[in-house]
Design a protein around this ligand. Structure first.
Ligand code: NOJ
Ligand code: CA
Length: 532
């Protein structure tokens, strides 16, 4: 391939870097343990940065590293400007940023503004004294027989719990995560300082937890319906607790904080709303740089569902001039291999995602083709499992530590006892094995990301999507005016299909017989990137 001139043009045109970035989500607790206590940490992550650089990603998003009560995997923060001792110190974050930058990687932290930990100093003061100004920073209601309204916790049960003195307080997640009252200006002021603290240290941005939340209906009216985790996201049934228009003023404010720093800092919000046009509003030019849409993540292995989602998401983000962020897996969702039913399908889906214009978010371990792991009940940690009385399995199965070395104890994750049990077959997925196997899933991700860097038509520019007989065809052209369009096909049907192609650049499975007549036969559950 005559790729050199295109590589130059793409890099020159990759401005700002986040438009079409590949971001790798590190689940800090499960990535790499630096000190043998069984818990992944910043020191461990630093030792694995060269791995991420060789994978070719642009940035690393690190799940919450703050001092935490540990009720929801770090999403219950006690101190927003301190590092949990299990993970290291503030100096370790500084060192992480320095090392990452030296390797050409950016670092995004995870910030949690919708709620604090119940052990946060503010909440403790509010508990101790109902008339304290700190009580205004949360949603308290006077004692009464039953909860103030019908709002439900997303993890099950009512969203209201009682204080020892009988008041009610609001928590959309666990009772250990009281929701902040963002109508109180002191809250926004405090978060500006938190952003600045970490930006001053050199971090490149933040993933914003529950960015569709923060504000609640001022009159605390009942929600019209009940949220179901099987929906594409929150909709009108949750109108009183999500997507309040006042939240956009906060993203404008955060955007101006980010923009006051040099070097293209960025913000990506978790916007778990069903309506893609509503999601797009969070990524208007003066708001968040990226707004996650989860419709693809929540779509079953179904060609029409995938094709519709891609078309509608591209249109929704186009309307606001923002890049579409794509995501197939994260720490809240069962692994692709298990959800789709095979590693073959997971590989095909990954290549589809990496071809689409916009940014792509990978979740640690998906590049190894990890399946959802079985976790015995006694080892479970996720509050979803406990709050639903075991009805919902929860998210532990996608949070199992990473397998690094096939012949080392605990697959090289820790010399101690891992915080979640490591399945017996984990060594088969280890990085050291896959790194020397050109047919491995790791090798596929590496090649796909490399080609994405080489060919401006991939991961950037325009896409037109068509669906025929279970095959989605995506015609891709760059936004840099190169004359080298690429077509991506994914066969989600059950029969092989002949498709036009003169040259196959990459295939998710090896069996792609080329014909002399300018077509190739695409087996089911396979993606190819081709020249026509
Ligand atoms: C979304 C996060 O991704 C999830 O892990 C967490 O439990 C909730 N927000 C609450 O912070
Ligand atoms: Ca550790």
């Amino acid at each position: 391939m005559s790729a050199e001139p295109m590589l130059v043009s793409r890099q020159l045109a990759r401005d700002p870097w986040w438009r079409d970035a590949v971001v790798y989500q590190v689940y800090l607790r499960s990535f790499a343990d630096g000190n043998g206590d069984g818990i992944g940490d910043l020191a461990g992550l630093r030792t694995r940065l060269p791995y991420l650089a060789s994978l070719g990603v642009d940035a690393v998003w690190v799940t919450p590293h703050y001092v935490s009560g540990g009720a929801d995997g770090g999403y219950d923060v006690i101190d927003y400007t301190a590092v949990d001792p299990s993970y290291g110190t503030v100096e370790d974050v500084r060192a992480l940023v320095t090392d990452a930058h030296a390797l050409g990687l950016r670092v995004l932290l995870d910030i949690v503004p919708n709620h604090t930990s119940d052990q946060h100093e503010w909440f403790q003061q509010a508990l101790a004294d109902p008339s304290s100004p700190f009580a205004d920073l949360y949603h308290f209601m006077p004692p009464s027989e039953s909860p103030p309204n019908n709002w439900q916790s997303m993890f099950g049960g009512p969203a209201w719990s009682r204080t020892p003195d009988g008041r009610w307080y609001l928590h959309l997640f666990t009772p250990q995560q009281p929701d902040l009252n963002w109508d109180e200006p002191a809250v926004a002021d405090a978060f500006d300082e938190v952003l600045r603290f970490w930006f001053d240290l050199g971090v490149d941005g933040f993933r914003v937890d529950v960015a569709y939340g923060l504000f609640k209906d001022p009159a605390y009216r009942d929600n019209p319906g009940i949220y179901s985790p099987t929906l594409f996201g929150h909709g009108p049934e949750q109108a009183m607790t999500t997507n309040q228009p006042r939240v956009h003023q906060i993203w404008r404010r955060w955007r101006s904080v980010a923009d006051s720093y040099p070097g293209d800092r960025m913000l990506v919000g978790e916007v778990s709303l069903a309506d893609l046009d509503e999601v797009g509003l969070y990524a208007r030019p003066d708001e968040l740089h990226h707004a996650f849409q989860f419709r693809l993540l929540k779509s079953d292995w179904d060609a029409a569902a995938f094709a519709d989602t891609i078309t509608e998401a591209l249109a929704a983000f186009d309307r606001v001039g923002a890049p579409a962020p794509w995501v197939l897996g994260n720490h809240d969702k069962a692994r692709q291999v298990t959800r789709y039913g095979s590693e073959r399908r997971a590989r095909a889906a990954a290549m589809l995602m990496l071809a689409l214009p916009g940014s792509a978010y990978l979740y640690a371990g998906e590049e190894l083709g990890l399946p959802e792991a079985f976790v015995p009940d006694e080892a479970r940690r996720d509050p979803i499992f406990f709050r639903s009385n075991g009805k919902r399995a929860g998210r532990d199965g996608c949070r199992i530590p990473m397998p690094w070395e096939s012949l080392t104890r605990n697959a090289g994750f820790t010399s101690g006892t891992p915080w979640l049990p490591i399945p017996a077959n984990w060594p088969a997925y280890a990085v050291d094995r896959q790194a020397v196997d050109p047919s491995s899933t790791l090798a596929l991700y590496q090649q796909a990301i490399l080609l994405r860097d080489l060919y401006p038509a991939l991961g950037s520019g325009q896409a037109s999507v068509t669906l025929t007989d279970g095959v989605i065809r995506v015609d891709l052209t760059s936004r840099f005016g190169d004359p080298d369009p690429i077509t991506c096909y994914i066969n989600m049907g059950s029969d092989p299909v002949a498709v036009p192609a003169t040259q196959v650049l990459l295939a998710s499975s090896p069996d792609v017989p080329a014909a002399a007549d300018g077509s190739v036969t695409l087996a089911p559950d396979t993606t190819i990137w081709v020249r026509l």
